[in-house]
Structures are given as C-alpha cells and as structure tokens.
Design a protein around this ligand. Structure first.
Ligand code: SF4
Length: 290
C-alpha cells in the first residue's frame, strides 16, 4: 500500500480502508490548518490507486467502508473519479460506503450532474469544513469561498443524494473577536445547509500556521474553556436542523455533547448551563496529532 506522508481521516472513518487518491489539499491555505502543509498537492497516478485497491482486495475478505484521501478527492476530474468508483463497485461488492473530504472549491467545480453520477457510482458521503458561517471570519481564515458558496456546496452534495457531514470550529473568532457573530452565523449557515451530521470541534493552534502567528502577536486570543462553552450554548440556541446528528465529542472538545436535532437541543443547552455553573466535569486539554 502506498501512503505519502501523514494521512488524515475523520474519526468516523476509523475502520475504513484509506486509499490516497490525491496527495495533500489543492487549497492548502486555511489559516488554522497544518494537515497538508508539508505536502505538495498531486493527483495519485491511477495505476497506483488500482494497485492499492488490488492489494487490499487480496488482504481483506470484507471491506465495508472506503475513505478516499487526502484533503479533497473531489478535485479529481469526474471521469478519473468515476473510474476509481467503478472499480470499487465491481471488486468490493460488500462495500457499503465510500466517503471523502470535499473542499468547497472542488464541489463548486462539479456540476449537479457530475455529483449525481458520482453518487450513483458509489460515492455516498462527503465531509465538508464550514468552519464558520461568519463572512468576515471566513475571509480572515482564508477559506477561499464565501458563506453563500459554502451553503451552495452543502446543498449541491445533498441534492446529489450524498450523506453530508459538516464541521465548524468553536472558538475560531478568539475571545477578542466577535464570537457571538461566529456562533449565530455558523448556526444559521448550517440551518440553510441541512447536513446529516454536524461536528463542532474546538480550535487548536498548530505550529507553522498563520493562526499560530496571530496568537503570538496577540491578534487572536485563545478562548478559555468556559468562554468556549458559552459560545457553544449560543450556537445551540440558534441551531434548527431537524434530523441532523450533532456531535461535539472530538478529542479537542472540553465538554462532550451529542444528540439528535432538534429534539436533544434543549438537553444539550442544559448541559452547557450546568458546565457554566461549574456543575459538570470538563475534559482536560488533549494534545492532538495535527
Ligand atoms: S481546505 Fe481543508 S484540508 Fe485544505 S487547507 Fe483548508 S482546512 Fe486544510
């Protein structure tokens, strides 16, 4: 199996076969992200992808999930990706889910028909980083798209029939920034996208990123745990995504929250209130691998 550099995948892909169909991220400019800083973006030669799939087929009798890495496999030309998906369908009939990270630019580059064809060929789930629904902050972190475009991306994936998982980052505005606008606008953007899964991570600062420089210069002040929970509470009070599964249980989160929206929203707000009153145990800071 060929793997180039560190390989990342969402927590829910822990048991998936990971096939690196691209190396790195074609955008690679988000101010907080260091995942692919050491990699120059490249498309993995199709022969190498097929070799990896053939190797995996020989090794494992049953592969139920496949994750196409690295940062945004959707950037591949549609026909190239269709070839990979067709091969998976023919050779891994037991595979129930093929998923990928999807950068906004790669989604915008696909037509609704492209996405539908990819869905029909087996690409059933996409992970999209919204990060924030606040226009000013999205620009500051250099996501490369507007909030309207992010919403369009989410809707395009949903309309193609894909399962949509969206992440946002608690604390992204810093405690000296407009955290209220970040919380409210992010909830409203998600309300418009209607994802199937929402993951609220907590901001972590990684060496070598522009954000690490902002912390160093004082331009951004890292929020304290209680400030983060106050922000989460505000976010939850604005969220209206019936049917979505909400998770804030990543290793980065101080307060573990999980529930189904909207029915568990009040219970999660109550958990935030209990934590703000000092009645809940918070997780300790966890050093992450990225
Ligand atoms: S699009 Fe995703 S992987 Fe690429 S730099 Fe931004 S956060 Fe990182």
């Amino acid at each position: 199996m060929h793997y180039s550099g560190a390989v990342y995948r969402p927590p829910s892909e822990a048991y998936s076969l990971i096939i690196q169909v691209t190396v790195g991220c074609s955008h690679n400019k988000c101010a907080f992200c260091n995942m692919y800083k050491a990699k120059k973006f490249a498309i993995t030669p199709i022969e190498q992808v097929m070799e990896d799939l053939q190797w995996a087929r020989k090794q494992y009798r049953r592969i139920e999930r496949i994750f196409l890495a690295d940062g945004d496999a959707l950037i591949l030309p549609t026909e190239h990706l269709m070839g990979i998906l067709d091969y998976i369908r023919e050779n891994f009939p037991e595979c129930e889910r093929v998923a990928t990270y999807a950068s906004p630019r790669s989604i915008l580059g696909k037509t609704p028909e492209d996405l539908k064809r990819l869905r029909e060929a087996g690409l059933s789930m996409a992970y999209l980083g919204l990060e924030t629904g606040n226009e000013e902050l999205l620009k500051k972190i250099n996501k490369g798209v507007s909030v309207t475009q992010q919403i369009e991306c989410g809707r395009k994936l949903k309309e193609a029939g894909m399962i949509l998982s969206v992440t946002a980052i608690n604390g992204l505005a810093g405690s000296n920034g407009d955290w209220e606008a970040h919380a409210i606008d992010t909830a409203h953007a998600l309300n418009a996208m209607r994802p199937d899964f929402i993951a609220l991570l907590t901001l972590r600062i990684y060496t070598g990123t522009p954000m690490a420089d902002w912390i160093e210069s004082g331009e951004l002040v890292m929020p304290q745990p209680m400030e983060l929970i106050r922000e989460t509470r505000l976010f939850l009070s604005e969220i209206d995504c019936p049917g979505a599964v909400f998770r804030s249980n990543h290793a980065s989160n101080y307060l573990v929250l999980k529930g189904n929206l909207n029915e568990d929203r009040q219970a999660m707000i109550d958990q935030c209130d209990a934590a703000l009153r000092g009645e809940a145990q918070l997780r300790k800071y966890v050093e992450l691998g990225r």
